[in-house]
Design a protein around this ligand. Sequence first.
Ligand code: FAD
Length: 525
Amino acid sequence: MTEYQVDVLVAGAGPVGLLAAWQLARRGLSVRLVDAATGPATTSRALATHARSLEIYDQLGMLGDIAPHGTRVNGFIRHQGDRATRANYDFGDLVTRFPYMFNIDQVITERVLHGHTASAGIEVEWNTRLESFQQDAEGVTVMLRSGGEVAEPETVRARYLWGCDGGHSTVRKLLQLPLEGESAATWLTADAIVHTNLERDTIHSLSSPSGALMMFPFPDPGKWRLLDTSGEGELEQPEQIARQFSAKLSQALGRETVVDTPTWTAKFTIQQRAVPAMHVGRCFVSGDAAHVHSPAGGQGLNTGVQDAYNLAWKLAMVLHGQADAVLLDSYDAERVPVGQALLASTGTVTNSAMAGTTPTDAQTSDRSFIRQLIWNASGLSIAYSDSPLTVPDDEPGKGPRPGQRLTQISAADAQSPGWMVLRALLRTSAWHLLVFAGSAQPADQDQASAVTMSLPAWVEKVTISRRRLDEADHGVWDSDGRVQETLAANDGDWILVRPDGYLSARDTGNTRLCEALDRLTSLHV
Ligand SMILES: Cc1cc2nc3c(=O)[nH]c(=O)nc-3n(C[C@H](O)[C@H](O)[C@H](O)COP(=O)(O)OP(=O)(O)OC[C@H]3O[C@@H](n4cnc5c(N)ncnc54)[C@H](O)[C@@H]3O)c2cc1C
């Protein structure tokens, strides 16, 4: 028999590794989280947090921790000569309670994640590098080295290995997963105070003779993330970079614009690459270890967070004996296409930023092009309709459909009495079966009750009723009917929701629920 020291070894304590370790630990698994660096990263990097990530942060209960430290971005302005075209954040049919982008320094996001990981009992083991590993049918033997080359290596036996070790991932390389794609131009970025009266709630895109420029607001007064697609400038000379940005911005805006010495400068070659598979046997990769994109789309951290959120509950179910290991195949089925699709969408943003123009100069097309970019970046349209965990709709109707996220609600609806309670209930790490009892007594109208008596232990039933519920009922008093209406549910309907907030199935009556559960339990033990 194999002796395991830990359920999951997570390599890399960037945002993705921190979220992964936290989510495994809160589900009762033993986890080690190691990182080769001597401590947390101190540079701002990811600024843009998109709507779907905010929904996830809300479900994780960490939104309140980051909300005071960021700033809303409500629009995008493209400056071309004297013309400035503004497109406001408007997601159309993609209803969300976060119809904006939220700019927050990655250092703060990581600090918040670190706090939750520590509260779940996981301390990051800094200065500890994963050097190599070998896997077999029962587990993974990982070689770690702490404290530099001269230190003795440590061997750890884990049931699973999760590589969240960034763009140069050792786990990915040792798994021989190719990072397929291409490299494009090298860009320069700088964080600095800019003396300007430009609107602070938008991204600005500008043209200069040497290439396009972009400006992203920080929450700190006067501070911007500046991007120069020409890549010109010496990183060792921040004052020169300040003068260069001052000159280029003054020219692009047609008025004197002074940039102070940056607090951070970096150059990076844009990579547009993704792996064709995100797990091999008992080893997984997530985040930058699996896909790297142009920062222009602001997708790296956001997509990595979604990866970790997708895989953690699946690993937990398998390790708790609630599901067969075949469930883990759905991680690839669901997340590889997302990584691949991002190569195309972030490539479009990059090309557009490089050119400083959109495909047409017509103002209306300009707006619709920008709007499409915003929609793609939001992550709201990501759905797992073709996943083996999704029971397809026979007759698609209104409301969220199988494969889509459940919380397609406005900020006002999110504050309705029923949604407040339901959102709180969805924060547990279980599957949820929402059963709509309507205005009748829940017990009378609960058509699915015969089936729900024998629900698997990993499914929590939530009755949604227009009548006040007894305290003992695990349910939602939907006093104003907003939950039922926004979910387009009829009395007697049910909705099966995954732990990561996506619908697996929905319908009405016992028969269809039995079919849905049969289908899922054939994937689960
Ligand atoms: C200028 C810039 C702007 C960006 N803007 C955005 C944005 O607006 N929005 C967005 O979503 N993303 C953005 N990104 C991308 C974002 O920063 C990354 O996608 C994100 O950090 C990826 O997180 P991660 O946890 O996968 O990897 P990382 O943050 O790279 O963390 C990986 C960790 O693994 C550790 N490690 C590496 N090798 C080993 C090993 N062998 N053993 C143990 N530990 C190891 C490293 O020390 C590191 O701590 C930007 C990036 C840059 C550079």
